[in-house]
Design a protein around this ligand. Structure first.
Ligand code: PCA
Length: 213
């Protein structure tokens, strides 16, 4: 048996729901071939999120890890390419901590790359007509922090991992907003397709999905 750990976050700022946890929760126990999904909810805290993740890796010993978080200003499922070694929080986390221009790990690498087949996932979601983009920044808040620690923790192991940002749910947004969000069913489908892609083929594909600026 293999396992895939899917993490989601608790709500933060004024929101009462975080789609990343709704997705992870919906996928808990889902089996695909010989692989089972384990889900955990991470606190939106620079310190505790990493402690929870570390504990989950120890407990579940997953073969794959997908960390999910919401990026409410985005309109598409955002496959993250890179985690950078900086915290620069424009709002405090749920425990009041607000690091500004601090290294995540003063002795660590400047950045880590996702080891998930990001282009294959991108291509699969595009084929399924789900709004998707490749992203070169996971921000500098708790999501990037968790992504960086994840990649650091699994770097010398066989475990493959990465981060996907999801948009807000339409009901979380101001009706006048230019951002439309994506409904929960489609978001769950998108992460199911992502898992399918990861399990089908560990290797990535060469399709252009970068950015000029
Ligand atoms: N999104 C935030 C933190 C938790 C979440 O779901 C982020 O993008 O950093």
């Amino acid at each position: 048996m293999k396992s895939i750990l899917v993490t989601g976050f608790e709500p933060f700022q004024q929101d009462v729901i975080n789609p990343s946890w709704e997705i992870a929760q919906a996928l808990e126990g889902w089996q695909l071939g010989n692989c089972t999904v384990q889900a955990i909810r991470l606190p939106v805290s620079f310190d505790d999120s990493v402690a929870y993740l570390k504990q989950a890796l120890k407990t579940w010993q997953p073969d794959y890890v997908i960390c999910l978080g919401v990026a409410a200003n985005r309109n598409a499922i955002s496959i993250e390419r890179i985690a950078i070694n900086v915290n620069d929080a424009i709002i405090p986390d749920n425990l009041g901590k607000q690091p500004i221009d601090q290294s995540i790990d003063p002795h660590g690498a400047a950045a880590f790359f996702s080891t998930l087949p990001i282009k294959a996932i991108f291509q699969k979601l595009r084929q399924e007509n789900i709004a998707v983009e490749l992203s070169n920044t996971a921000g500098t808040y708790v999501c990037n922090h968790v992504f960086y620690h994840l990649m650091s923790m699994i770097q010398h192991t066989q475990v493959k991992g990465g981060f996907i940002h999801v948009p807000a749910l339409p009901e979380m947004l101001d009706p006048n907003s230019v951002i439309r969000g994506i409904n929960l069913d489609t978001q769950i489908k998108a992460i199911r397709f992502s898992i399918e892609t990861i399990l089908n083929d560990d290797s990535d594909v060469k399709v252009a999905a970068g950015a000029i600026s």
